[in-house]
Design a protein around this ligand. Structure first.
Ligand code: ADP
Length: 305
């Protein structure tokens, strides 16, 4: 079976070749997964999304959606994907339901009221369906963009920073909806700045920096690979502890930064912590933000992994 999205060695040059926005990037989106494309500003995320939606042509390399090269059959691609861009629509003349009806027409769906009402309900827009776009709040406009992307029930959804500038409550509702869509079998590619949410939501992530893919894989494995475990040992009395992982001692509290693959038992044995002196042990696992910073910064880790 062909994959929802296959990007092979994608390269994109701008300005007559003087700007290399994407430098040979390859990754796939698997069926029914949420894939997070993460990277700092200017990393190349929007350029990649634009090549998938055929707004931009790859300089070299290929983008396939459900097995079909997007540059060769843009109409096929448009039917398979739904896109939520960063910009918010501002066509003030029509009301919410009219916009969704016209947009359905664009896909040849003339009787789409049931789907439109389903989406309006899901996105808490039903009671606002007769409002003109200019009467909507920023959050409502954003939800309308998502409804628009979904009118034709796409199989692959592209979300480019869908929650930028959206308040926390709405963000949580949107993410819940995205998980629901995934659970129903939709494949989702999203770019986001909110790494905590990416960690909760994304089955896999790709981290790009300056146009190159720096890490790709299962979110939990990436965290394990690029982060350390912080172990804080609190003793009942001061005791000299020898360890290459000791980073700070404050009174009877000792802070260690330890490789992820080292178990607590192994660590306590190696460090020769007298069991009878242990009052408490706290373990803090690494998170995606820590992994992201490690991957995107040029600094080497101070502690060997
Ligand atoms: P991101 O979405 O990760 O912030 P972009 O894909 O927007 O990154 O941009 C990647 C790089 O390509 C940046 O250096 C940006 O300035 C450059 N770039 C993007 N679009 C164009 C364009 N149309 N012309 C010239 N340079 C561009």
């Amino acid at each position: 079976m062909s994959l929802p999205l296959e990007i092979n060695n994608l390269r994109k040059l701008y300005k007559g070749g003087t700007v290399e926005a994407v430098k040979g990037v390859s990754f796939n989106v698997n069926p029914g997964e949420i894939f997070g494309l993460l990277g700092p500003n200017g990393a190349g995320k929007t350029t990649i999304i634009s090549t998938i939606t055929t707004l931009e042509q790859p300089t070299t390399g290929s983008v396939n959606v459900f097995g079909v090269n997007v540059a060769k059959d843009p109409m096929f691609t448009k039917k398979q994907i739904g896109v939520v861009h960063q910009e918010v629509i501002n066509s003030g003349f029509f009301d919410v339901e009219e916009i969704l009806t016209f947009h359905s027409g664009y896909y040849g769906l003339r009787k789409n009221k049931e789907r439109i009402h389903f989406l309006l309900n899901k996105l808490a827009l039903f009671e606002h369906r007769n409002k003109k776009v200019k009467q909507l709040s920023g959050g409502m406009k954003r939800r309308l963009m998502i409804a628009k992307a979904l009118v034709h029930t796409p199989k692959l959804l592209l979300l480019d920073e869908p929650t930028a500038g959206v308040d926390i409550r709405l963000r949580e509702d949107l993410w819940k909806f995205v998980v629901e869509l995934r659970n129903e079998g939709m494949s989702i590619l999203l770019t986001t700045h909110y790494l905590e949410e990416a960690e909760q939501l994304c089955d896999r992530v790709g981290i790009i920096n300056l146009g190159s893919l720096m890490a790709l894989g299962n979110t939990k494995e990436i965290i394990r690979q690029y982060t350390h475990k912080k172990i804080r040992v609190i003793l009942t009395e001061r005791h000299p502890l020898q360890s290459p992982y000791l980073v700070e001692t404050v009174g009877k509290e000792y802070m260690f930064i330890v490789p992820q693959n080292k178990s607590l038992g192994e660590f306590l044995n190696e460090t020769k912590v007298p069991m009878e002196l242990i009052k408490d042990v706290h373990i803090e696992e690494g998170d995606l933000e820590e992994a992201f910073l490690k991957i995107t910064s040029k600094q080497e880790a101070q502690v060997p992994l």
